[in-house]
Design a protein. Structure first.
Length: 167
């Protein structure tokens, strides 16, 4: 259930992944004016099936300019060290846009594991997943900000609700 709640926050507001990558994690993205969901099925014609939690297309007007893959990770899963590079390159090949990855990992130990570079074996191609861990989630206390971006306010409450700022 926790996994689905986090996925739903990003599903409800497709631009949230881009906002977090740029504003919180400092990852540059192409200029865009909107975002929409697209199929999360990244299956290729081969025995393995790959399904991302969420795939968001960034738009400049009505023109697609990029793809973001959102993965919620609640535990350490060594298979992800192989599937995340596949997701990113599969989405790049399928959509033919710049691709980004955002891993949402509320648990600090899981977030640290997720952020470790993934060596692909191709010189120069090392995937360094941007990870939104608990400590990186902004603390939203301004009611106007919470109304403007309720999904970010929910993320903030989930991450910091039991802290001193939670009240």
């Amino acid at each position: 259930m926790a996994h689905e709640i986090l996925v739903d926050l990003f599903k409800n507001r497709p631009s949230l992944a881009a906002e977090i990558l740029v504003e919180v994690l400092g990852v540059p993205l192409p200029p865009y004016t909107g975002a929409r969901l697209t199929s999360f099925d990244l299956t290729q014609i081969q025995p393995a099936e790959y399904r991302a939690d969420l795939v968001v297309v960034l738009l400049e007007g009505d023109v697609p300019v990029g793809v973001l893959i959102v993965e919620v990770q609640l535990g350490i899963d060594p298979r992800k060290r192989f599937s995340w590079p596949e997701y990113t390159m599969g989405a790049r090949a399928a959509h033919r846009y710049q691709v980004g990855l955002l891993v949402v990992a509320p648990d600090p130990d899981v977030a640290a594991w997720c952020a470790a570079p993934i060596e692909t074996g191709i010189p120069g191609f090392i995937l360094r997943p941007p990870v939104l861990g608990r400590e990186a989630i902004p603390i939203v206390t301004d009611p106007a900000e919470a109304v403007r971006r309720p999904e970010l306010a929910v993320l903030s409450a989930l991450a910091h609700g039991d802290s001193e700022q939670g009240a």
